[in-house]
Design a protein around this ligand. Structure first.
Ligand code: F6P
Length: 363
């Protein structure tokens, strides 16, 4: 029997379980592959004894509809920068990739499918370069990978944000308020832009188009002056004003700052400080966007990615990552895939269409 290890790393994402199920179902058709999951990314493998879950048709039955990941995930213990506490209390970061590859071989693994975002795929590439046969599966609700048209989890996040947006519209209308709804997306405005179009927002603020506060206020006032006594704003967590007031959520420090405040609160304060008369309320959707069952489209992408990843293993096309490009499922090298991010083009069709719908970007 040949042994395949599956790991899910980084932030979770609706569809992870559907990928796992796709891999296992396709593998079991072969009859000579055993699939194992490592708990909490590669941490499970590195522990003594290893914490692994045997994945077979029974274990994965029906899991494609479940949110999260049955093998858990983590942002801690990155083997490329593994924290080791020193005698003096300081922390030294070491590259644990050679140890990880050695350990996988000792445990008898012939190949690995690593499901994860950019950080996890950097780990995949390093493992591949160290001699481990690896296939990558891209994962992020942010949809910010340039090699694939869509990542699974994105449509679910947009659906959740749109549902919340619709609810905020009726309460904004009743109270004649300005509602600011903050969505995730890291340094990309995809979730915000799609939600704004789907929900019919008046204003959409994204990192790719730094906004001018005066323009935002102008739009709000014109809505009130035209007798539409409420305004709904979607703001991406990485949005920033032209003068740099809100800085994008880069890195752990930026993310922590956002957790403490939230860009929607900063914008709300800016509007008050600028003398906006309207009553303003803020909503941060946060991790609700990543929880629960994936919508059908995400289940489909994730399931096909799983099958495709297993097929790449069978074809021995290692160092590749599965993608969905031009309505077709294929693969590119992991190295290629992690080179570039896909962010919203301020001059692109979608932004132009949003503007055609009357959505202001505050530019
Ligand atoms: O990359 C996915 C994502 O959900 C981003 O949209 C968000 O900035 C980040 O992860 C949140 O990370 P954490 O789960 O560590 O709070």
């Amino acid at each position: 029997m040949k042994k395949l290890l599956v790991a899910t790393g980084g932030g979770d994402c609706p569809g992870l379980n559907a990928v796992i199920r796709g891999i296992v179902k396709r593998a079991s058709q072969e009859g000579d592959w055993e699939v194992w999951g490592s708990y909490e990314a590669f941490n499970g493998v590195m522990e003594e004894p290893a914490r692994l879950l045997r994945l077979d048709d029974k274990t994965v039955a029906g899991i494609h509809v479940l949110g999260g990941t049955i093998i858990g995930t983590t942002n801690k213990g990155n083997p490329l920068k593994f924290p080791v506490k020193q005698a003096d209390g300081s922390v030294k970061y070491i590259n644990r990739i050679p140890d990880l590859v050695k350990r996988l071989k000792e445990l008898g693994f012939d190949a690995v499918v690593n499901i994860g975002g950019d950080g996890s795929q950097a780990i995949s590439q390093a493992m591949f370069e160290s001699g481990m046969p690896v296939i990558g599966v891209p994962k992020t609700i942010d949809n910010d990978l340039s090699s694939t048209d869509f990542t699974f989890g994105f449509q679910t996040a947009v659906q959740i944000a749109s549902d919340s947006f619709d609810r905020l519209v009726t309460t904004a209308n009743s109270h004649h308020r300005v509602m600011i709804m903050e969505v995730m997306g890291r340094n990309a405005g995809w979730i915000a832009l799609h939600t704004a179009i789907s929900g019919g927002a008046e204003i959409c603020l994204i990192p790719e188009i730094p906004y001018d506060l005066n323009k935002v206020i102008e739009k709000i006032r014109s809505r009130y002056n035209n007798g539409r006594g409420f305004v709904n704003v979607v703001i991406a967590e990485g949005a920033r004003a032209k003068d740099g007031t809100i800085t994008a959520s880069k890195g752990e420090e930026g993310r922590n700052a956002i957790r403490l405040g939230g860009v929607c609160f900063t914008l709300s304060q800016q509007l008050k400080d600028a003398g906006l008369e309207a009553d303003v309320r803020e909503t941060v959707l946060g991790h609700t966007q990543r929880g629960g069952t994936p919508v059908a489209f995400d289940r489909i992408i994730a399931s096909v990615f799983g099958v495709k990843a297993m097929e790449l293993v069978l074809e021995k096309k290692f160092g590749q990552i599965v993608i969905l490009k031009n309505n077709d499922y294929s693969s590119v090298s992991i190295q290629e895939a992690i080179k570039e991010y896909n962010i919203v083009d301020p001059e692109g069709t979608l932004v132009k269409a949003a503007k055609g719908l009357g959505i202001s970007f505050g530019d």
